[in-house]
Design a protein around this ligand. Sequence first.
Ligand SMILES: [Zn+2]
Ligand SMILES: [Zn+2]
Length: 379
Amino acid sequence: MKAAILQTPGQLDLVDLVIDKPAAHEVLIRVVGSGLCHSDLHAIDAQVPNRPIIVPGHEASGIVEQVGSEVTYVQPGDHVITFLVQFCGECEYCLGGRPTICATPVGARKPDAAATAPNPRLTYQGKPVGQFANLGAFAEQMLVHEHAVAKIDRDYPMDRAAIIGCGVCTGLGSVLKSAAVRPGSTVAVVGGGGVGLSAVQGARLAGARRIILVDIQPEKFDLARKAGATDCVDPGQGDPVQQIKDLTGGGVDYSFECLGLKATCEQSVQMLRPGGVATIIGLGGRHLPAARRAARAGRLHGLQQLPRRHAQIHGSRPPGPPRHRLPDREPHRPRRYQRRLRGHAPTPDTGPPGDHVSAVTVPRRRRSERKNCKISAYY
Ligand SMILES: [Zn+2]
Ligand SMILES: [Zn+2]
């Protein structure tokens, strides 16, 4: 089967791959649609020496062609979309209704009892080929674990169904699940791409009374209004934080950052009203290890509340280094104003100094405003 493989940074090669037969819990899919997520672009552009060959692509729709002997959920002919999180269904998180933080994901092939290494699903010229997110959607066929697929109606258009697997889930999930936006609240979404527009739709579904999209490209505003935005803010027309405060009389209840830039992460916190919640969705690329860790650990709390401006990540993981000073310490400020993470701190390899998303600099608020604002990371 034909697939686009990544063996040289910045370049995809269209080649013929050999694809294995489904193992007991695997499903072979004929790919019909595939989205191009920015995470794919991060992977394609990343300068990683000696990286194994992979097939990028992780949001796909297709038709089941073949199933393994233990698969009962789907059968050949079913229309499906694929998912990034291949939950085990047995750990305490899965059984507790939180499969996105499954402790033992099952997406990759495990070695047979007799073999030391798993039999690869894909091979190119005799060498094993990896699958981005254990999916590899830039191909004619995908061989994935049965927990990587969800059935859809047969009359649902496949080209649109594909993006549900990542972009739509990410935007909707962050609004409806992570932040749990309440009806009647005010929401700002920073970044009007696929994830941002999905967040706008999620806010509309949640019953938010005011939904503000912030984007530097005003040509996106018409589509945003169709998706449910009540107002649009162009940062080219002035400080977006001030514009939002003017529109809402002081700030929004919820903000969603969908870009992953330090400046917009900061603005997402600054545009909150007291008690508001900022959800940083745009964690990717070099931020991914820290994002995963933050998402698994829990939430970042108390940036506004604690007088010395520490962030704490609450979670059940074993304690990490006792304290970690974030890399973008501003030298002109007294040390007590610098925020640090306690416990589950990001490791220094997660990005260059000054560009780490955890190092959001939030202006010191008046004491009366320090009311339980929080940041949550969604992954
Ligand atoms: Zn994606
Ligand atoms: Zn699990």
